[in-house]
Design a protein around this ligand. Structure first.
Ligand SMILES: [Zn+2]
Length: 213
């Protein structure tokens, strides 16, 4: 089962990808992990990727696809995988499809975890992080015992810049510009499945399992 996860930052697709991987015994593959592993093991592809990253440049799509295809060859991916964080753009999706087609393969499902922007902005805006130990809380879903104070170390809790509404709005706008076209792309290929990501996490997962069978 070859699965691609789509969804805005903060929609919870990473969490769902992990649960899919567990239930179906397939690896959860994120490009960040692949980069780190290849650079750590000093592979040829890792060295190539590092020359771009050291210069602060984006790793070209073809190289990212090479790294991903290389990861797919590992034994644990024999029955498929759930790919998280890639592709993000149409050229990336096309490059991935081309590489898969060369092996006579294709994507089985592109799962889009749908959450309206307003919900994401509210969710992120409720997050709090401890300045002392880094523990994270949520004023609604995982509140500290005393408002604004860390349960573990007693330090102050703050709203991180990353979670501020303006930052989240900017990230979402980049996401929509780049990734929305992917939804049409996979829809045309008949592999797109939409899931309501505003539900409780267990219900989102149940909906995904209903799709995957
Ligand atoms: Zn703390």
């Amino acid at each position: 089962m070859k699965i691609i996860m789509l969804g805005a930052p903060g929609a919870g697709k990473g969490t769902q990808a992990k649960r899919i991987a567990e239930k179906y015994s397939i690896p959860h593959i994120s490009t960040g992990d692949i980069f780190r592993a290849n650079i750590k093991n000093n592979t040829e592809l890792g060295q190539k990727a590092k020359t771009y990253m050291d210069k602060g440049e984006l790793v070209p799509d073809e190289l990212v696809v090479d790294l991903i295809m290389d990861r797919f060859k590992q034994a644990d991916a024999a029955n498929g995988y759930v790919l998280d964080g890639f592709p993000r753009t149409i050229p990336q999706a096309e490059a991935l499809d081309k590489a898969l087609e060369a092996n006579g393969e294709s994507v089985d499902f592109a799962i889009n975890v749908e959450v309206p922007d307003e919900n994401i902005i509210n969710r992120m805006g409720g997050r709090r992080a401890c300045v002392g130990c880094g523990a994270t809380y949520h004023i609604q879903f995982n509140a500290p015992k005393v408002e604004g104070i860390c349960d573990t170390c007693g330090e102050k809790l703050i709203l991180r810049d990353d979670d501020k509404p303006e930052t989240v709005k900017n990230r979402l706008s980049v996401y929509h510009d780049q990734t929305q076209p992917l939804i049409d792309y996979y829809n045309k290929k008949n592999v797109l499945r939409e899931v309501d990501g505003t539900q409780a996490m267990d219900d989102v997962f149940k909906a995904i399992v209903d799709i995957l069978g």
